[in-house]
Design a protein around this ligand. Structure first.
Ligand code: C5P
Length: 409
């Protein structure tokens, strides 16, 4: 099969600069992009930047004889597997919804027989306007796909929905589309993931927690979803947005996480990424503990359920593949290997979280050792999203075998 390709229509919005990053990100994922830049889009980025990054000519003009001689708009509209409009401005969406065709971008959108993914980007009031919402409804009923918009600060100084989705999110949506179109390798597989910290209440105002942000677990959920899996993500408290297209269950404590996981089973695979508190205060108090009474100097604790161990040692309905994590501060490999055996999981993803380590908790990068029963593999330092993609790939390969393929190639 040839590599998937997209036709990227870049509209005239401040977010156009993010589309340059999108081209790079897609390229990294093996998706080729050819660009169309609208007249307004060219006010924000240049055809030269689009062409340099995509390695393809950037098309701009419906009436340019050279362009039309090289690739006419009809041919262009069918040259890719998917059309992506980013930024999809209010104007472009209105034209597409109403079938207008007065420039290269709108003509291409009208002429195409391929699916179109829109990444809207506009001022919050323009987004909320009944006309835009009407156009959106029309586009959706015509079969358009949508990513974003996100809520946040806008270049115009306002706050609300209208920010274009980040390049990573758009690339995820593109990858997810291609995976489902190709019948992704994890289609029909159910995968349970735990992520984030747990909060264990001391009293109504205080809790025991840890530094986990949930970033690695959320990235794994998104990567597995991109390969077509039905993902259930059970997450402790985090501040990052829920990944789209996964069943999301928010919990607070280890016991709630355990309950949610038990309810979510059976699954083909479980990835326990959460930094679950090993202990919780033995007594739950309804009232705030008073420091004057010395109540905080001696807090009896009791052990929490071990979710990974429980799932790994299930007699009935054990997932075919159970993956645990081991955040260690010293002798990483040795401790992680002991942990794999003690918990009974198939794989352990180990990482060094000592204060001096490059990839301590909370950062954007990770450097892991994947431990299976066949040995260990140290991966170089890479962004957490990349760790997630590689791990998802390995999981897909392991689950596709007739029996568990426990080791690397
Ligand atoms: O024992 P430790 O906390 O170091 O083990 C880490 C691994 O075990 C992680 O995969 C974590 O998600 C899982 N774990 C769990 N439930 C616990 C403690 C850890 O699922 N109570």
């Amino acid at each position: 099969m040839t590599d998937p390709s997209i036709l990227l229509i870049i509209g005239g919005g401040v977010a156009a600069y993010k589309s340059l990053e999108l081209i790079r990100e897609l390229k990294r994922r093996g998706v080729a992009a050819r660009g169309i830049l609208t007249k307004a889009g060219a006010e924000f980025v240049t055809p030269l930047s689009v062409a340099s990054l995509s390695g393809e000519k950037c098309y701009t003009d419906l009436f340019d004889l050279t362009d039309e001689a090289e690739m006419g708009h009809i041919e262009l509209s069918r040259s890719a597997d998917l059309l992506v409009v980013a930024p999809a401005t209010a104007d472009l969406m209105a034209k597409a919804a109403n079938g207008l065709a007065n420039d290269l971008a709108s003509t291409t959108l009208l002429a195409t027989d391929k699916p179109v993914l829109y990444a809207p980007a506009m001022n919050v009031r323009m987004w909320a306007h009944p006309a835009t919402q009407r156009n959106l409804k029309t586009l959706k009923s015509d079969g358009a796909l949508l990513v974003g918009p996100n809520e946040g600060d806008m270049a115009c100084g306002e706050f609300g929905p209208g920010r274009m989705a980040e390049p990573m999110e758009i690339a995820d949506a593109v990858e997810a589309y291609f995976a489902s179109a190709a019948g992704g390798p994890l289609n029909g597989k159910r995968i349970l993931i735990t992520a984030g910290p747990t909060h264990e209440a001391l009293d109504p105002v205080r809790y025991i927690a840890n530094r986990s942000t949930g970033k690695q677990g959320y990235a794994i959920a998104a990567a597995l979803r991109n390969l077509g899996a039905d993902v259930v993500l059970v997450s402790g408290p985090t501040t990052i947005p829920d990944p789209k297209g996964v069943e999301f269950i928010r919990v607070e404590t280890a016991r709630q996480m355990m309950d949610a996981c038990e309810k979510a089973l059976p699954a083909d695979c479980a990835v326990c990424c959460a930094a679950v508190a090993d202990y919780r205060p033995a007594i739950e108090t309804e009232h705030k503990i008073k420091k004057e009474r010395g109540g905080l100097t001696n807090i009896p604790v009791t052990e929490n359920p071990d979710i990974l161990k429980t799932i790994s040692q299930l007699k009935d309905g054990r997932p075919k593949l159970v993956v645990g994590f081991a955040a260690e501060t010293d002798d990483v490999l040795c401790h992680a290997e002991v942990k794999r055996k003690r918990k009974g999981c198939d794989w352990i993803v180990a990482n060094d979280v000592s204060p001096g380590a490059h990839c301590a908790m909370g950062g954007g990068k990770n450097s892991i050792i994947l431990i299976t029963d066949k040995g260990d593999e140290a991966w170089p330092e890479m962004p957490k999203e990349e760790v997630a993609r590689r791990l998802a790939d390995r999981i897909a390969r392991a689950l596709s075998g007739p029996t568990l393929v426990k080791a690397a190639e």
